[in-house]
Design a binder for this molecule. Structure first.
Ligand code: TXA
Ligand code: MG
Length: 384
């Protein structure tokens, strides 16, 4: 197994895995009812931990696993940045479990969500959508969490474990994805353990995440409104939702220079990188011509060090002239590809391959989020 250099840093603590069964959690209003003792005890322990200043807990959401700490504590936010090795100018999304929490803890003056979000929130919350809210003067959400921006990103997750953890701690949780910075986002508890073992006190294991890529981030405070990061809710669904000026939503650009001031600071960092090099093939049909050319141009001879992620069109590794390569089914639809993307990148990387050849998908529906992540992960993009 390949270890990134920084993982070998001294391990300060033992990381506990706390099993919680999401199927045993239901809600009456915003209150979680947990029907098995182990899940209840483990969630209580995690809620207790995350309430403490300076403590963090990894937990499942419907998109990817998050690394949460109190958004109201500088020490907790610092602990998140430190555990992930994350640049401090990249703001964190605040996770809440109810609208009441937003009114009590985030919009203490305004009280109500800006009207532009009403329809979106009604349609997609709880769910994989983050909205940007204004940071009020004297806000309880601290500068460290927003990286000094005048907006704060807020999400209400649908995953019962995430919702229960936030409700039980009554703490809005600042939470980035629970991977080490630059690594693919984690969609299973084991991915978090691989990246952060010894660096955080505990991981709630609630099984695999349903969506597999991160959520959509929108800014309705700008005119026209902007889609800052495509994700679990598609651009088409946002346009159709109505309310405000959402049918004219503008897509932010995918990447930015290191010194460029951008709306989403996360855009300027390399992201989603396995150790192996990712080569993305766009519009290359069944891949035969483009993959064969790429392999010969790069003088690749040991195919056991090559992985192929086949989408709906790519031929088999053998037909691509790569007998002996690692081959994985990337899925037949963009939604399946989103679900499998990060898991497969980690899985084939762990087998010690040098390159991962990946079939791209059209940038529509969930394909937009898949291609956004893949183009950031890619060392090279080959288009026909
Ligand atoms: O699904 C997800 O998005 C996961 C789960 C845990 O919620 N979170 C996640 O967070 O992936 P993170 O930190 O890896 O990505 C959040 C993105 C970053 O690109 C960040 O720059 C952007 O959202 N963001 C957060 N707050 C923002 C703000 N106030 N203004 C603009 N962009 C913001
Ligand atoms: Mg992330």
């Amino acid at each position: 197994m390949v270890k990134t250099a920084w993982r070998i840093l001294a391990r300060a603590m033992k990381t506990k895995s706390l099993a919680v069964n999401p199927r045993n959690i239901r809600f009456i209003g915003d209150n979680p009812i947990i029907s098995d003792d182990v899940s209840r005890k483990n969630l209580e322990e995690a809620a207790q931990t995350v309430r403490q200043s300076g403590q963090v807990v990894a937990f499942p959401t419907e998109t990817v696993y998050g690394l949460g700490g109190s958004a109201l504590s500088d020490d907790s936010v610092l602990a998140i940045y430190a555990a992930k090795n994350r640049p401090a100018d990249n703001p964190l999304i605040v996770h809440v479990s109810s609208l009441d929490q937003i009114e009590r803890l985030i919009l203490t003056k305004l009280k109500k969500l800006p009207i532009v979000y009403e329809k979106l929130v009604e349609t997609f919350w709880p769910g994989p959508l983050t909205i940007l809210l204004p940071v009020e003067e004297g806000s309880l959400v601290l500068k460290l969490c927003t990286a000094g921006q005048d907006t704060v990103g807020v999400r209400m997750p649908k995953h019962p474990v995430a919702r229960a953890l936030i409700a039980m701690s009554d703490t809005p949780l600042a939470a980035p994805s629970a991977n080490a910075s630059t690594r693919p986002s984690p969609t299973e508890a084991g991915h978090v353990m691989f990246d952060l073992d010894g660096r955080i006190p505990c991981i709630i294991d609630g099984g695999p995440c349903e969506v597999g890529v991160e959520l959509t981030v929108v800014d309705g405070l700008s005119e026209p409104p902007m889609l800052l990061r495509p994700g679990g809710v598609s651009a088409e669904a946002i346009k159709q939702c109505g309310g405000g000026n959402w049918e004219n939503v503008v897509l932010a650009k995918k990447t930015a220079g290191k010194m460029e001031a951008v709306k989403t600071p996360g855009m300027k960092y390399r992201h989603y990188l396995p150790t192996a090099k990712v080569v993305l093939f766009v519009g290359c049909g069944n891949g035969e011509k483009s993959v064969k050319e790429w392999v010969s141009r790069n003088s690749i001879s040991d195919f056991s060090k090559v992985a192929v992620l086949r989408g709906p069109l790519f031929a088999s590794a053998e037909e691509l002239g790569l007998s002996g390569a690692v081959e994985r089914d990337f899925g037949h639809t963009a939604t399946e590809m989103a679900f499998r993307l990060f898991k497969l990148l980690r899985e084939v990387d762990d087998l010690g391959v040098d390159v991962i050849l990946v079939e791209g998908v059209a940038e529509e529906g969930d394909g937009l989020a898949v291609m956004n992540r893949l183009s950031k992960a890619a060392f090279e993009i080959v288009s026909s």
